[in-house]
Write a protein that binds this ligand. Structure first.
Ligand code: IMP
Ligand code: MG
Length: 187
């Protein structure tokens, strides 16, 4: 098992620090509160596992009452290479979504496949509305045209970990977002 010190040593550079992450989540929470002021039934849908930290920070900064739910999908096999297919590993169980304004909470957009797929999937389920919110966005990596409704920060084409994001299930607990040293991929 790696300690936090070992994890820190695998980071080449901190890309988004705790202060900046706090500022981003406050800004997005304000936007959501404002945009959904008239919504009677806002459902935050956290995409496991990477979005769990962002979601928990964001929801505590909202003043609006919301419901939460979870889905888990896989687009990455293991490591840093994305696969083409999106598989649902854990589905949303509630049947009637016709009254729900669904806001999908994602950690990062890379190829765009996960969110493009999920938005279509949830619209087919009959949600009242479907929008998306991502902490990080790598627009230079897009393979399918997709733009989120709320974006925390655009970042360059680097593989990042921390604040929920992992490499092979590691580094999720780091309190900041950092660029992983290439040597760490070989560990
Ligand atoms: P997309 O379907 O290619 O847009 O991939 C989105 C998913 O890939 C995210 O939900 C992440 O789980 C994962 N991902 C993409 N880039 C990174 C990264 O830099 N670090 C960690 N996970 C990433
Ligand atoms: Mg992941």
């Amino acid at each position: 098992m790696q300690s936090i010190h070992n994890m820190n040593e695998d980071i080449q550079r901190v890309l988004v620090n705790e202060t900046e992450l706090n500022r981003i989540t406050f800004r997005i929470a304000e936007e959501i509160d404002r945009d959904y002021a008239d919504s009677e039934h806002l459902l935050l849908l956290c995409i496991l596992k990477g979005s769990v930290v962002f979601m928990s920070e964001l929801m505590r900064k909202l003043t609006k009452p919301v419901e939460i739910d979870f889905m888990r999908v896989s687009s990455y096999g293991s490591g840093t290479v994305s696969s083409k297919n999106v598989n649902i590993i854990l589905d949303i169980h509630r049947q009637d979504l016709s009254q729900c304004d669904v806001l999908i909470i994602e950690d990062i957009i890379d190829s765009g496949r996960t969110l493009a797929y999920l938005v279509d999937y949830l619209k087919l389920k009959g949600c009242k509305s479907v929008k998306t919110c991502t902490l990080l966005d790598k627009p230079s990596r897009r393979e399918v045209d997709y733009k989120a409704d709320y974006v925390g920060l655009e970042i360059p084409d680097e593989f990042v970990v921390g604040y929920g994001l992992d490499f092979d299930e590691r580094y999720r607990t780091l309190p900041y977002v950092g660029i992983l040293k290439p040597e760490a991929y070989q560990k």
